[in-house]
Design a protein around this ligand. Structure first.
Ligand code: FRU
Length: 500
């Protein structure tokens, strides 16, 4: 009898612990960023809005916590905040692994799969061919879904775009170009982007190349995106190109070019290399398709430098929060801006605010903010441009320091003492980001989850996304300024975990 009770108790304990794990409460588990329940994830793929649902597909390896034969995982959401993991959408096949790509809604049934079919356009990466070094192991293929992404059928005529012999030939991002009534595929082709066009998503013709001598070339070009944004009454074309390595703070990052696209050729007006995000943890970021006038970006919140080593279990990697893109002119240059999507406000709980406070040395807000979880959003506006820092800390002595340095006119995030950093030698570093804004008030929005912080400075002109692994939740908050600073306004919100 006693034995049975002990046994029952142990079973109950085990199921309880499992339930807890299933509950997404493990150490370092992001509470409002998408993470797969278990195993490896990288790039977001095929992000598309359809029938009231946002679809997120992603590079996924269901058998291990490290990169392996790639599948497309799938998650859905009504608001881009609460994501529900769905069954795997695409499995590797005889043509290879399923690498990154995009999805479109085929409203006019151009491909003949059915009106409003979801069509995924992705790279087939053949590991056997890769070993033969023919340079032809990456090709582009398509698949379609007639039940809102639940089940997918691969097209019999795959691949739809063969490889001319370019070793890195991948990550197709397809969109509809209305003036010529055709699809445009923006493809990463090693050290440049190549544009292809098609009337039916099946037969593709090469249009032009861009970038062999433009922008950053510290690594291979991957995961591009091309779309227009209206700015001051004119259409400006944005070309995003992810690059690995070669980012502004090392490793993987996303650059962008602004210019014009005429259905065949992209012409850049950008004089300097521009970065979507100066942090080390926003890679392979591209936009959702079919979101009308909104341009919404989401990236993989990790970096190839350490993605396979981060100390999380039983999953690896999260996505960034969804960000709304815009453009802003500063002097003679135009920059892309990123802001939190308004939908994120559903996470807001208690509210604390300050007005017109002068900070000399330090202001400890830990008792006012009353935050047990370390999840929060902070909006801060200073009355001057002076050095200051915001310190996220905990009882274990970990500190993540974000700040602004006037002499360099730079923002920074220093994660060198933020907790566990020893899994990769470059992880515990300080990352810097230029300030482009010219106003004297520095304004920033910061959103912190269990293991990440995303900084949007000057209404999204400078963005810095960094992950970190504190030993305990960062429940303390301090503002420091040696030279002294006036805080015009400070709004602090404790956030709740998103629903799963
Ligand atoms: C970018 C990337 C893509 C590729 C995928 C493979 O992170 O290297 O270029 O399609 O990941 O998982």
């Amino acid at each position: 009898m006693k034995k049975t009770i002990t046994c029952l108790f142990l079973i109950a304990l085990f199921t309880g612990l499992q339930a807890l794990a299933q509950d997404f409460r493990e150490k370092y588990r992001p509470q409002f960023h998408f993470t797969p329940r278990a195993n490896w994830m990288n790039d977001p793929n095929g992000m598309v809005y359809h029938n009231g649902i946002y679809h997120l597909f992603y590079q996924y390896y269901p058998d291990d916590k490290i990169w392996g034969p790639m599948h497309w995982g799938h998650a859905t959401s009504r608001d881009m905040v609460s994501w529900k993991e769905q069954p795997i959408a695409l499995y590797p096949d005889s043509l290879g692994y399923i690498f990154s790509g995009s999805a479109v809604v085929d409203k006019n049934n151009t491909a003949g799969f059915g009106k409003d079919a979801l069509v995924a356009i992705f790279t087939h990466h053949d590991p056997v061919q890769e070993k033969l070094k023919t340079g032809k192991h990456e090709t582009q293929s398509i698949a379609y879904s007639l039940d809102d992404g639940k089940t997918w059928t691969k097209y019999k005529g795959n691949p739809v775009l063969k490889n001319p012999g370019i070793s890195d030939f991948r990550d197709p991002k397809v969109s509809w170009y209305e003036p010529a009534k055709k699809w445009i595929m923006t493809l990463a082709t090693k050290d440049r982007v190549t544009f292809y066009s098609s009337a039916d998503l099946k037969a593709w013709s090469r249009e032009s190349d861009f970038g062999a001598t433009d922008g950053g070339h510290g690594g291979v070009w991957e995961c591009p995106d091309l779309f227009p944004i209206m700015h001051e009454g004119k259409q400006v074309w944005v070309l995003i190109v992810n690059i690995n390595p070669g980012g502004p703070n090392k490793g993987s990052a996303g650059q962008y070019f602004l210019g014009d696209f005429d259905g065949k050729t992209f012409t850049s007006n950008s004089k300097e290399t521009k970065w979507l995000d100066f942090g080390t943890d926003n890679y392979a970021a591209v936009t959702f398709s079919n979101t009308a006038d909104r341009k919404i970006l989401m990236g993989w919140m990790s970096n190839w430098q350490y993605a396979n080593q981060v100390p999380t279990h039983p999953w690896r990697s999260a996505n960034t929060v969804a960000r709304e893109l815009g453009l802003k002119t500063v002097g003679k240059e135009i920059y892309l801006t990123s802001l939190l999507v308004k939908e994120l406000s559903i996470l807001n709980t208690t509210y604390f605010s300050l007005k017109n406070v002068s900070v000399k040395n330090q202001l400890d807000l830990t008792n006012q903010t009353k935050n047990k979880t370390g999840l929060f959003r902070l909006d801060l506006k200073t009355g001057s441009t002076a050095d200051f820092s915001i310190v996220l800390a905990n009882e274990a002595g970990n500190e993540l320091i974000l700040g602004y340095s006037k002499a360099e006119n730079q923002y920074y995030i220093d994660r060198s003492k933020s907790g566990k950093t020893d899994f990769e030698k470059g992880f515990g570093a300080k990352h810097i980001a230029p300030r482009f804004a010219t106003e004297k008030n520095v304004s920033l929005t910061l959103i912190a989850d269990a293991a990440s912080v995303e900084l949007f400075a000057d209404n999204g002109l400078t963005v810095v996304t960094d992950i970190f692994f504190p030993e305990k939740p960062m429940t303390h908050l301090l503002i420091k300024s040696g030279s002294g600073i006036i805080i015009d306004t400070l709004n602090y919100r404790v956030l709740k975990p998103s629903e799963k």
